[in-house]
Design a protein around this ligand. Structure first.
Ligand SMILES: NC(=O)c1ccc[n+]([C@@H]2O[C@H](COP(=O)([O-])OP(=O)(O)OC[C@H]3O[C@@H](n4cnc5c(N)ncnc54)[C@H](OP(=O)(O)O)[C@@H]3O)[C@@H](O)[C@H]2O)c1
Length: 239
């Protein structure tokens, strides 16, 4: 098995794409450590994942807490970062600078802080896989902030691939994926959004979390690609 006896830490591994990565990693032979902000999501994820998983909450903004989190874990093989809240639109005409800065907190500064804490513990041959989104290269009107976060993660990925080499650093950029991220929409609005977004894509459907998890597994298990942003978006960049 591709991840036999390897230790995979997934920040954001308690829901959606991260939880699917945790399941796929365990199926590939790994033991996984999932972390996110809420104990309730950790408990639910561990009940789902079974004995090959452990987990605990972590405040991704707190450098000391992140340091303690990784010190307690010891050596790890792969770090995955999928933590993030739902993206919301902010047209430039409605700019709120404090809210705009907030877009970067979990997805960018959280990722940076987690990488800083994890790197001393990554074994040779290890990898880091971050998360962006197709909005980075294919933004619509009102997506300036969300697209900027994706662009920042892509640049961070390339810079870290050089600085942390030979540890490999990659990013997965999903398109629209069916996940709890969209849970704040009404059932009807969400179903319509999924239907409309899928119909507009070359593949004719939106993504499932398992589609996206395979890209993260690829990033962990191949030994050659680094500094890459892998788009898994049903062809969204083409239409
Ligand atoms: N779903 C999509 O269509 C889509 C498309 C493009 C990109 N993405 C990106 O992919 C990533 C994962 O999305 P998803 O669909 O898997 O979302 P999800 O199902 O809502 O999962 C998000 C995860 O992040 C954790 N999280 C949220 N805020 C956190 C914080 N401050 N600190 C630590 N953990 C935090 C959540 O757990 P807690 O609530 O316990 O903190 C949860 O485990 C996100 O960055 C998202 O923007 C998703």
């Amino acid at each position: 098995m591709l991840l036999q006896d390897q230790r995979v830490v997934i920040i954001g591994g308690t829901s959606g794409i991260g939880l699917a990565i945790a399941r796929a990693s365990i199926a590939a032979g790994a033991t996984v450590i999932v972390a996110s902000s809420r104990q309730s999501s950790i408990d639910a994820a561990l009940a789902d994942l079974g004995p090959s998983a452990t987990g605990q909450p972590v405040d991704v903004q707190d450098t000391d807490a992140v340091g303690r989190f990784f010190d307690a874990l010891g050596d790890i093989d792969h770090l995955v970062y999928t933590a993030g809240e739902a993206l919301s639109l902010m047209p430039i005409s409605d700019l709120d600078l404090d809210r705009a800065r907030g877009f970067f907190q979990t997805r960018y500064f959280g990722a940076l802080n987690i990488v800083h804490g994890a790197v001393p513990h990554l074994r040779p041959g290890g990898s880091v896989t971050l998360t962006s989104g197709s909005a980075g290269e294919r933004p619509g009107a009102g997506w300036a902030l969300a697209a900027s976060v994706c662009g920042a993660i892509a640049s961070l990925t390339r810079a870290l691939a050089i600085e942390l080499a030979p540890i490999r650093v990659n990013t997965v950029a999903p398109g629209v994926v069916r996940s709890p991220l969209w849970g704040q929409m009404s059932d009807t609005a969400r179903a319509e959004m999924y239907e409309g977004a899928g119909a507009a894509l070359p593949v004719g459907r939106i993504g499932e979390v398992e589609d996206i998890a395979r890209a993260y597994l690829y990033c962990m298990t191949q030994g050659y690609g680094t500094g890459a942003v892998i788009n898994v978006d049903g062809g969204a960049l083409l239409v």
